[in-house]
Design a protein around this ligand. Structure first.
Ligand code: SF4
Length: 384
């Protein structure tokens, strides 16, 4: 199986119930940001820049749980900021698990070893570690040496303790997809259970514009990437991958992955901010959905990110003949833990530290001096 059986079964039941009850817009994955503070200042991150003025704010566990219950999404992606500097992250995860939610804890991996003992392995909980390349590339992207190595140590510790672990990679204009294949080979050797990739989105708040791709560049990059990485347990649906390769069109369904953060429900989507709403109901009802998407809003023109289009694939927007079979086959054909990749030759040969020379063709400076360090780095969040 590509995902734990319980996750697949619960998600399928949830979607069927919603469709049978005639629900219109309903969420699949809640993007929950209990805080925006982070211990890193990654080059392509929009959050630490957009929310600079509220970077020290956090929402309580009770508010987080209330948001999860209000929207009802069966999957919660706990992100931020860096969720492992949220003091009560263990409490939050327990509360969400108690309510039957499936959790992806999205982290840069720096504090996994430190906080691992606060969590218990279960098939409803994934560590989701962000890695944008092998050691040199990744450390350039996150603007700090040693991050790749610590993240890898975190992965090893989590796997040794019996946790499910997946990785999450953003593909930029200069990303060398051969290096991403090498990264996945290395991670398969560590027993990583699944892999996510998504094209970068050009956040208005990120000044380093040249790292982002046009729609045609994304398609070209993913046509090559798919051929190299499809043997691994990819967690993106085949329909979304067809969209990324330019083989079909999808409409944005950003309401399928709503974002809740210290300022409220972020509209219209995880990437763009035109409003923050006090309730999920307001977010769904007051966001002018017909104004967004390609051909409607210039900011959406080159957007192909998973938060906008993976829900479209899973919910069957623009369904084609054979899509149901394709999705079923995809679910059943995957293999968590890297087994399939290993059978095809991966034995963890790559050490993750060798290549990764930054970027494929003469990395010349996407790694520019970032914005001034935010206030939280003065020690307010130095709780670990
Ligand atoms: S197309 Fe992308 S940027 Fe536009 S609303 Fe959808 S997810 Fe947001």
């Amino acid at each position: 199986m590509r995902f734990p059986f319980k996750l697949t079964a619960n998600l399928t039941r949830y979607i069927m119930n919603k469709k049978m009850s005639g629900a219109g817009k309903f969420p699949l994955v809640l993007m929950l940001e209990p805080l925006h503070a982070c211990n890193l200042t990654c080059t392509g991150c929009g959050r630490i820049r957009e929310y600079k003025s509220t970077i020290s704010e956090m929402i309580s566990v009770e508010q987080c749980v209330a948001a999860a219950e209000e929207c009802g999404a069966p999957v919660v992606s706990v992100c931020g900021g860096e969720p492992l500097i949220y003091p009560e992250i263990d409490h939050l995860v327990r509360e969400l698990l108690d309510r039957g939610r499936h959790i992806y804890l999205c982290t840069n991996g720096m504090f996994v070893r430190k906080r691992l003992h606060e969590f218990k392995p279960t098939s409803s909980f994934f560590w989701n570690i962000h890695l944008d390349g092998l050691e040199r590339t990744h450390d350039l992207c996150v603007e700090r040496d040693g991050v790749f190595r610590e993240a890898v140590e975190g992965i090893k510790a989590a796997k040794a303790a019996g946790f499910l672990v997946c990785s999450n990679t953003t593909i930029y204009k200069e990303t060398d997809v051969h290096e991403i294949a090498e990264l996945f080979e290395f991670l398969a050797g560590l027993g990583v259970d699944g892999y996510m990739v998504s094209p970068a989105y050009s956040y208005a708040s990120v000044q380093t514009r040249e790292i982002f791709m046009s729609r045609e560049e994304i398609r070209e990059k993913f046509r090559l990437a798919c051929a190299l990485i499809e043997k691994y347990n990819l967690m993106m649906s085949p329909i979304y991958m067809e969209y990324l390769r330019g083989e079909r069109e999808l409409m944005c369904t950003a309401w399928g992955n709503p974002t809740y953060n210290p300022r409220g429900w972020k509209g219209p989507c995880y990437l763009m901010t035109d409003a923050h709403h006090a309730s999920f109901k307001d977010f769904v009802e007051k966001t002018p959905w017909d104004s967004y998407g390609r051909g409607r809003d210039p900011r959406c023109e080159d957007c192909m990110v998973h938060v906008g289009f993976e829900p479209s694939a899973v919910l069957g927007a623009h369904r084609k003949l054979g899509d149901n079979w394709k999705m079923l086959k995809w679910q059943l054909s995957g293999q968590m833990g890297g087994g399939k990749a290993r059978k095809n030759g991966s034995n963890g040969r790559a050490n993750g530290h060798g290549n990764g020379n930054g970027h494929s063709s003469g990395h010349t400076g996407t790694h520019q001096p970032s914005d001034p360090k935010p206030a939280y780095q003065n020690g307010a969040f130095n709780i670990l």
